[in-house]
Design a protein around this ligand. Structure first.
Ligand code: NAD
Ligand code: IPM
Ligand code: MN
Length: 365
């Protein structure tokens, strides 16, 4: 198939991990005879330096024309002055809003080979397989902001329609999994959460085969650590989802491992690892590329409908997590390039076997 993919490497380790993910997509294209065309654009701090704005119109237009967008990370100390007139993160938020990608899927699994890295005891990590569905284009991130000399406000606003569409996405996804949705809010305090809870409750009536439970976000932060194996799909608002998924990444062993897919109504999606620009390790060639590579696998699955290819990439990553080499954040010594090379080698092996299996099956049929 033909696909047009826009890459937005961004700042810090963004370019390092994006290059690895692109290399994997190129290997997929070569192996399965697809025609992937890549077009790179600026976003974030680099774009502010180059043209004064974090999301240049040319970058946004390219994303709107693309089949899928692959992003590294934005931000860093250079642009973090709290009084700066413009910030890299604004570019990412504007992009999410403009693409209408309101559902941010963040899958969490704990690989047995990495269980020792988790702050939790091994027995708690068995059967951890959670899909966070984070609302991505509403809430305090996008409400009106005010600032005077001694007061600042961020309005948190949600409409029924905004809650309903992300809730439906969560229930649909739960149908392909273990038929369980946990909706996380702060309905004992926040009006937006009370609207959230009653809307999710109403949507649930259309999915009688899916069990719904509600959980307050403060106790959810605790339960994620004490009973992580209990959860299937967790749906929550923008800010709670941001915080809970970094917490969840610690269970997996590193923030560098988790991918994400941001989806709207169509097939076009925005794919990015959940970590940031990691300024403390940027430029050293040691960033873990797995979160970015798994984001590329989600791109294959959700935007390009290439399920076999996505599974082959995930299987290659699984093998590298099992056997090494491992990057520093997960207890190894390998650099980004070494991990990438291992993933590519495992991919060639796995995809080769899969092709042999399918041609064998055809020969028999
Ligand atoms: P961070 O995610 O960049 O880093 C947190 C810690 O995790 C650091 O110790 C870092 O070295 C480590 N880490 C992150 N990714 C890693 C990887 N791939 N391999 C190995 N270790 C990794 O969070 P932060 O330091 O709080 O934020 C830095 C900047 O990134 C900020 O400007 C923030 O706004 C931005 N940020 C951007 C995104 C994004 O673009 N999607 C996401 C989160 C944070
Ligand atoms: C993330 C990041 C972003 C967010 C920032 C950089 C705007 O933390 O993707 O998780 O808060 O959504
Ligand atoms: Mn975050």
């Amino acid at each position: 198939m033909k696909a047009h993919i826009v890459t937005l490497p961004g700042d810090g380790v963004g370019p390092e991990v994006t290059a690895a993910a692109v290399a994997v997509l190129q290997a997929v294209a070569a192996h399965y005879e697809h025609d992937f065309h890549f077009e790179e654009h600026a976003i974030g701090g680099g774009a502010i330096d180059a043209c004064g704005e974090p999301l240049p119109a040319s970058s946004l237009q390219a994303c709107q024309r693309a089949d899928a967008v692959l992003l590294g990370a934005v931000g860093g100390p250079k642009w973090s002055d709290p009084n700066a007139p413009v910030r890299p993160e604004q570019g990412l938020l504007a992009l999410r809003a403009a693409l209408g990608v309101y559902a941010n899927l963040r899958p969490l699994q704990v690989h047995p080979a990495l269980a020792a890295l988790s702050p939790l005891k091994n027995d708690k990590l068995r059967h951890v397989d959670v899909l966070f569905v984070r609302e991505l284009t509403g809430g305090a991130y996008f409400g009106a902001k005010t600032r005077s000399a001694d007061v600042a406000t961020d309005e948190c606003k949600y409409s029924v329609a905004e809650v309903e569409r992300v809730a439906r996405r969560a229930f649909e996804l739960a149908r392909g999994r273990r038929h369980h949705v946990t909706s996380v809010d702060k309905a004992n305090v926040l009006e937006t959460s009370r609207l959230w809870r009653s809307t999710v409750q109403r949507v649930a009536a259309d999915y009688p085969d899916v069990k719904l439970e509600h959980q307050l976000v403060d106790s959810m932060a605790m339960l994620l650590l004490t009973q992580p194996g209990r959860y299937d799909v967790v749906v929550t608002e923008n800010l709670f989802g941001d915080i809970l998924t970094d917490e969840a990444a610690a269970l997996a062993g590193s923030l560098g491992l988790l991918p994400s897919a941001s989806l709207g109504e169509g097939r076009r999606g925005l794919y990015e690892p959940i970590h940031g620009s990691a300024p403390d390790i940027a430029g050293q060639g040691v960033a873990n590329p797995i979160g970015a590579i798994l984001s590329a696998a989600l791109l294959l699955r959700h935007s390009l409908q290439l399920e076999d290819e996505a599974v082959a990439v995930e299987a290659a990553v699984e093998e590298v997590l099992r056997q090494g080499p491992h990057s520093r954040d997960i207890g190894g010594h390998a650099g980004t390039g070494e991990v990438l090379a291992a993933v590519l080698a495992a991919f060639e092996e796995h995809a080769g076997n899969q092709a042999a299996f399918f041609s064998g099956a055809r020969a028999c049929g």
